[in-house]
Design a protein around this ligand. Sequence first.
Ligand code: RIB
Length: 299
Amino acid sequence: MIAVVGSFNLDVVTAVPRHPVPGETVAGGDIVHHSGGKGANQAVAASRLGGRVAMVGRIGDDDAGATLVRSVREQGVDTTHVAVTPATATGRAQIAIDPAGENTIIVSPGANAHVSAADCADAADVLAGARVTLLQQEVPDEANHAAARLSSGTVIYNPAPMSRESTVPDGVDLLVPNRTELAALTGSPVPETLDEVAAAARTLVGVGAVVVTLGSDGALVVEGGATTHVPALPVRPVDTTAAGDSFCGALAVALAEGRGLDGAVRWACAAAAVSTTRTGAQPSLASREEVDALLAPQV
Ligand code: RIB
């Protein structure tokens, strides 16, 4: 069982020829709605890859919330611990995608801001029974800290989106930042080279291991004194939205199945690569067959 504490967002997506600079207006394409939210994306990613997944989170009392919960449930995610916050909107994310597949995202948290320590306490049996718990930064710190305390299995913390206010909960076994999130965690400039990434990750004391996601450079695993670089798989990206979520969901499944960390990261890189070849957050997430097929030439 994999437990995910996290967000639900309705993604409101527009293709743009390029991202506007402050004060600029650009004409975009038609608006498309997708199911999103980092928590829900990670839950669906893990479920689609064969994990048994339960989610803790909150939606508002609106149609968007009902649609989002229905869509994760249809993907096999247990939503027993998803609650409705009255008189509150479900979370929304305004996403712009440029022709290279790079995005900018503005999130309005809505009901996600009401996920609480008490919600996690209500799900204590799920958290205590899970082999892996996945946490991100789209819900309040108090929920993440409580979830880490209540979890008995491996706790993966994805400090996304970047926030200088959030703190890493005690009890995290595996930290999964990207380069900018690593810089926010360490208070240092964004590391460029692999050596700089490794040096920054090694300064994070008190966490079992750090896996830094590097987009087209793959991922770097820093565990104890050892550093392993896992290269990215060659794909042609059209939309990188939820690539990090795909990575985290796959990592959780691989670890829950007993793979070693390096092998789990290799599998997660493949899941992330597949997700970049399709548009949308949850619609882009990989199946197990696709991940294994992408890795097949390497084994
Ligand atoms: O990681 C991608 C997600 O970030 C999107 O689905 C959007 O909802 C934002 O939360």
